[in-house]
Design a protein around this ligand. Structure first.
Ligand SMILES: [Zn+2]
Length: 455
């Protein structure tokens, strides 16, 4: 609504009186004004001063009331009575026991609720609704629906309880008039038809103000739909890129983990190897090796002698049965595995490690977890990690039997075991190149060839 009034107001500010005076024919300008007006206008002739410029402007301040009160009524009380702020009340003049005050009322255009076309209805989104579903149910195309819902950010996210605008008559673009715009500027800007727009909105476009909604019939929101489609595609690509990045991150973490584990294992192996190297160069080891070799030669000679003696003693009626005799304290040994492959003999220098360190036993390869049985009776002196990985040592008199590289032991130190009793299972702990049993026999602390003692 546009309120027109004189911009140049007289001190008294009475619009009605000013207009009345202005409408009087010039011929009567000098005629005396009615007495009532004459009292209000101190010098009425001022109104007709030649050259006085009068311009018409929209009054943005809103209408004003003039109120006469008694002398006690304060501006605050008056403001409260008219529902305005105290600043909207000012005293124009006063006398003994009375005051003439002006109360400026709020601008009506601002006070009323924003207008919107009656044909646009609100639809409350229900759980499971989609934009295209809502459009189809109301017989609308997607462009029709988007055209009256220009505040949507996405074609996909739709929450239950949200409100959608549904056009029930004309289809087009529903825009809100922003500061600096007017209905007419929007109609011109979009190239809409003035008459059909007025009809679609049931109002003259000139009566709409900032904040009101305006339906521009026939204007399609195709570019808006394209914009949302592009946003959806960008979202999808971003999601794919994000997932790729996630997966790659996981892969890198896995790789780092594996590499760390590999290095840890490598360092552990290296530490053990270095310990062996240090031991290899020690005088103690040199002495031991010489002793081993002496013992081995001695044992081999003994075994050969025993074999010769046994052959001589065997009756001719039982040929081919060669009994392996036992030396002093160790009786005949039993095989510690039911089946195996002999991969390394006593003193053999088959692998790098055995070249570095004298091989004091025999290696019997068998699958992981193959049961290992006591080759002789004795007392368990060690069961756990030791010189030969996870190993079990049994002692009987001055003889010691060692079972090395187990995956698991089945006895505890101090336990007495009988020949054939389960001691543990084949594994590859300690210095090992594949699952096997390192089987070593020591007599009086010196390793001897177990093959000489086995059946
Ligand atoms: Zn071995």
């Amino acid at each position: 609504m546009t309120v027109l009034s004189f911009a140049r107001r007289r001190a008294c500010g009475l619009i009605g009186a000013t207009l009345l005076a202005a409408s009087l024919p010039l011929a009567h300008a000098s005629a005396p004004l009615p007495e009532r007006l004459g009292g209000l206008l101190a010098t009425p002739s001022e109104l007709f001063t030649p050259g006085a410029e009068v311009t018409l402007q929209p009054d943005t301040r809103g209408p004003a009331l003039q109120v006469v009160t008694n002398g006690q009524t304060t501006g605050k009380v008056l403001a409260r009575r008219y529902g305005v702020t105290p600043g909207a009340v000012r005293t124009l003049s006063s006398g003994a026991g009375w005051r003439l005050r002006e109360v400026r009322l709020p601008y009506p255009g601002v006070a009323r609720a924003p207008a919107r076309p009656a044909s646009i209805q609100a639809y409350t989104v229900r759980p499971g609704d989609t934009l295209s579903g809502v459009a189809t149910r109301h017989g609308l195309s997607m462009v029709d629906l988007l055209g009256v819902n220009l505040d949507r950010q996405s074609l996909d996210s739709l929450r239950a309880g949200e409100t959608l605008n549904i056009p029930t008559r004309e289809r087009g673009l529903l825009v809100r008039i922003k500061p600096g715009q007017s209905a007419l500027s929007l109609i011109a800007g979009y190239g809409a038809d003035l008459v059909t727009t007025a009809r679609a909105n049931d109002v003259l476009p000139t009566e709409l103000h900032v904040g009101d909604e305006l339906l521009l019939p026939g204007i399609r929101a195709e570019s808006f739909r394209q914009q949302l489609l592009a946003a959806r595609e960008a979202d999808r690509l971003a999601q794919i890129a994000y997932e790729k990045q996630q997966k790659y991150g996981e892969y890198l973490a896995w790789k780092r983990d594996r590499e760390r584990q590999r290095l840890q294992e490598k360092y552990a192996r290296q530490e053990k190897y270095e310990a062996y190297l240090a031991w290899k160069n020690s005088p103690e080891r040199q002495r031991k090796q010489a002793a081993y070799e002496r013992q081995a030669r001695y044992e081999a000679a003994q075994a050969a002698a025993r074999q010769r003696a046994a052959v001589v003693q065997q009756p001719a009626s039982r040929p081919g049965r060669v009994q392996t005799a036992s030396t002093g304290h160790v009786g005949g040994l039993a095989w510690p595995l039911r089946s195996f492959t002999l991969t390394s003999r006593f003193g053999e220098r088959d692998i790098a490690f055995h070249r570095e360190v004298f091989h004091g036993g025999i290696d019997l390869a068998a699958p992981f977890g193959t049961p290992i049985y006591a080759a002789s009776a004795g007392t368990v002196s060690a069961s756990g990690y030791g010189a030969f990985g996870l190993n079990v040592w049994t002692v009987n008199g001055n003889s010691t039997v060692i079972y090395g590289h187990m995956s698991q032991t089945a006895v505890v130190p101090g336990q007495t075991v009988q020949t054939g009793q389960l001691l543990g299972y084949v594994g590859c702990t300690g210095i090992c190149t594949g699952p096997h049993l390192h089987f070593e026999v020591r007599l009086g602390g010196q390793a001897v060839d177990p093959l000489a003692l086995l059946p």
